[in-house]
Ligand binder design. Structure first.
Ligand SMILES: Nc1ncnc2c1ncn2[C@@H]1O[C@H](COP(=O)(O)OP(=O)(O)O)[C@@H](O)[C@H]1O
Ligand SMILES: [Mg+2]
Length: 225
């Protein structure tokens, strides 16, 4: 099992108020799954992604990533696991504006301490994989939205993560361009990549193999194709 959570909860305290964003999530994901997480705004999707993506810790409950308990790690330990195991793609791309596509993709490898030669090869390989070898010297402003998202996908993949997370990856794209991005996810998944995608669009979720619906901090349904 790549992911296993048991009674995962998350409370946010703001001033005197406590918001229970997750109220007991039990979720298991196997290697190679392509999972969508759906649910209305405020239901807890991003909170769940942040915890299983090792960006944040749960308030209570346990979380095992690749059979290793990660729910009680400190921020530094969490950051190390995140760099090694997780790739993120966001709705608004999150690319560095002054850097080229190639430099954006190279960035995660700088922290991994691998040689420049190997990093260059890996970066060129993933840019090739998303069909952008001929745009590697362009900055984000010189690329279309779909191309920028493909650079973000290449950056997320360059460390060969066990899990690729995408939070509304097609939210800022027109439907044709969104479909091109979905095609990349499907191809990656067919080659064994585990993918967890957050979306509020039925047409996007239907393209994955399993759909989980979250309502008010709890899993309401879990459907496999
Ligand atoms: N940093 C935060 N501080 C306080 N409340 C938060 C924070 N992040 C999210 N919440 C609250 O937690 C609940 C779940 O939010 P979120 O996980 O962002 O939902 P979704 O991604 O499904 O829209 C919401 O009620 C939201 O207002
Ligand atoms: Mg969200």
């Amino acid at each position: 099992m790549i992911i296993k959570t048991e009674n995962l909860t998350k409370d946010y305290e703001t001033g005197t108020q406590v918001v229970s964003a997750l109220k007991g999530i039990n979720l298991s994901v196997e290697k190679g799954e392509f999972l969508s997480i759906m649910g209305p705004s405020g239901s807890g999707k991003t909170t769940l992604m942040n915890i299983i993506g090792c960006l944040d810790s749960p308030t209570n409950g346990s979380y095992y990533l690749n059979d290793k308990s990660v729910s009680k790690l400190d921020d530094d330990e969490l950051a190390k696991i995140r760099n090694e195991e997780i790739g993120f793609v966001f709705q608004s791309f999150h690319l560095l504006a002054r850097n080229t596509a190639f430099e954006n993709v190279m960035l995660p490898l700088k922290y991994a301490g691998i040689s420049k030669e190997e990093a260059t090869k890996k970066s060129n390989d993933v840019l090739d994989l998303v069909g952008l070898s001929n745009r590697s010297k362009h900055t984000p402003a010189e690329l279309s939205g779909g191309q920028q998202q493909r650079v973000a996908i290449a950056r997320a993949l360059v460390n060969e993560p066990s899990i690729l997370f995408a939070d509304e990856p097609t939210g800022n794209l027109d439907s044709n361009t969104g479909q091109e991005v979905m095609k990349i996810f499907k191809d990656l998944n067919e080659n064994g990549q585990t993918i967890i995608l957050i979306t509020h669009e039925d047409s996007i979720a239907k393209q994955s193999n399993r759909i989980i619906t979250i309502m008010d901090g709890l899993i309401k349904s879990d459907l496999r194709e």
